[in-house]
Design a protein around this ligand. Structure first.
Ligand code: GZL
Length: 320
C-alpha cells in the first residue's frame, strides 16, 4: 500500500512540474501580446531606411505589435513622439536618438512612466541599467580609427584632410571625430585643414565641400566623411570642380551603403567602414530575454566589416 502511495506522489509531482514548464513557455510566448514603440529620428537616408525596415520586419516576423514614429529630423518632435508612445502604454520603447543631451529628456519621461527603453545606434544622456535598458550600436571609435589607419595607408602618412562631420551634438559624430584623431595625431604630416558639419546628408556635403574647395582648393589631398552620404556629396562637388577623386584626393568614409561600394569600384572612394544598420533581430532578442527575466548587458556592440577595392564587388549587391 505504502509503495502505491509513493508511486502516486511521484506521478503527481511529475505532472505539476510539466505544467509549470508549459506555463513558463506559455508566459514567454505571451510576450507576443506586448506592444513595442519605435521612435526613429528620421527616415531620410539609405542607412536610416535600412534600420527602420530591419526593426519593422523583425516585429512582423515575431508577431509583435509595433507603433512607429518618425521625428523627421526634428528633436522636439522626437521628444513628443516618445510622449505619444508613453500615452499608448507601450511595453517597451526602442529609441534612435538624434542628439545626445536633448534626448535625455525622453529617457526621463519613459523612466517616470516605468517603460524600459532600448537605445538604438546612438547614445542619449543617461545611464544604462538606470535610465535605459541597454545601447545597441556599432563601435564608432573603432570605425573612425580604421578610417584613420586606411587614410594613413593610402597617403603614406602625408595628407591635408577635409573632415565632413555628422550631426552636431550626436554621440556618433563626437566619437567618429575622436577615433579618427587618435590615429592621425600619430602622423606629423597628417593634418585636418578644415572640419565642418554636413549633418550626415549628401546635399549639405555637396554644398560644404564646394565652399571648402573654393577656399582651400589645391591644398586638399584627402577627405574623411563621417558617413557615405556625405562622402558621395563630396565626390559630386570635387568632380564639379574638375578635381579627380581617387587620384588627386583620397576619400574614406563610414556606413557601407551600396552607392559607396559602387564609388569604391569606380575608384572614387578608397574605403568605407561598415556601420551595420540591421539591428532588428538583436533588438527583439533583447526584449524577449528581458521578458524572460534575464539581466541585459549595458552595451551590445554591433560588429562591422571594412570594404575596400579588394572586396567591394563581392558585397555591393547585398549592401543597403
Ligand atoms: C550610426 C548612425 C549614423 C549613420 C549615418 O549608428 O547613427 O546616422 O552612420 C546616420 O548614416 O545618419
Amino acid at each position: 500500500m505504502r509503495k502505491i502511495y509513493s508511486l502516486l506522489m511521484i506521478v503527481i509531482l511529475l505532472m505539476i512540474g510539466c505544467n509549470l514548464r508549459n506555463l513558463k513557455e506559455e508566459y514567454t510566448s505571451e510576450d507576443k501580446g506586448i506592444v513595442v514603440g519605435f521612435s526613429q529620428m528620421e527616415n531620410n537616408s539609405p542607412w536610416r531606411i535600412a534600420e527602420t525596415n530591419s526593426i519593422r520586419s523583425e516585429a512582423e516576423k515575431r508577431g509583435i505589435e509595433l507603433i512607429f514614429t518618425d521625428a523627421q529630423a526634428n528633436v522636439e518632435k522626437q521628444i513628443s513622439d516618445v510622449q505619444y508612445l508613453i500615452e499608448q502604454k507601450v511595453d517597451y520603447i526602442i529609441l534612435a536618438p538624434k542628439l545626445y543631451d536633448e534626448l535625455g529628456e525622453a529617457l526621463q519621461l519613459s523612466k517616470d512612466a516605468g517603460i524600459p527603453v532600448i537605445l538604438l545606434d546612438r547614445k542619449a544622456k543617461g545611464e544604462a541599467g538606470k535610465d535605459y535598458l541597454t545601447l545597441i550600436a556599432s563601435d564608432f571609435i573603432w570605425q573612425s580609427q580604421q578610417a584613420g589607419k586606411l587614410l594613413a595607408e593610402a597617403t603614406s602618412g602625408r595628407a591635408n584632410i577635409v573632415e565632413l562631420t555628422g550631426t552636431v551634438g550626436s554621440s556618433v559624430a563626437i566619437e567618429r571625430s575622436k577615433g579618427f584623431k587618435d590615429i592621425i595625431d600619430q602622423y606629423e604630416e597628417m593634418t585636418v585643414i578644415a572640419s565642418q558639419s554636413a549633418d550626415f546628408t549628401r546635399v549639405d556635403a555637396k554644398k560644404v565641400m564646394g565652399s571648402i574647395i573654393r577656399e582651400r582648393g589645391k591644398e586638399i589631398t584627402a577627405v574623411y566623411a563621417h558617413n557615405d552620404e556625405m562622402a558621395i556629396g563630396a565626390i559630386i562637388a570635387l568632380k564639379g570642380a574638375g578635381i579627380n577623386p581617387g587620384k588627386d584626393i583620397i576619400i574614406v568614409s563610414i556606413d557601407g551603403e551600396r552607392d559607396a561600394l559602387k564609388a569604391i569600384i569606380a575608384n572614387d572612394l578608397y574605403a568605407t567602414i561598415e556601420c551595420n544598420p540591421f539591428m532588428g533581430a538583436i533588438t527583439f532578442d533583447v526584449i524577449e530575454r528581458h521578458l524572460a527575466g534575464e539581466k541585459i548587458e549595458p552595451f551590445i556592440i554591433i560588429k562591422d566589416r571594412i570594404f575596400t577595392k579588394q572586396n567591394a564587388i563581392e558585397h555591393v549587391d547585398s549592401a543597403f
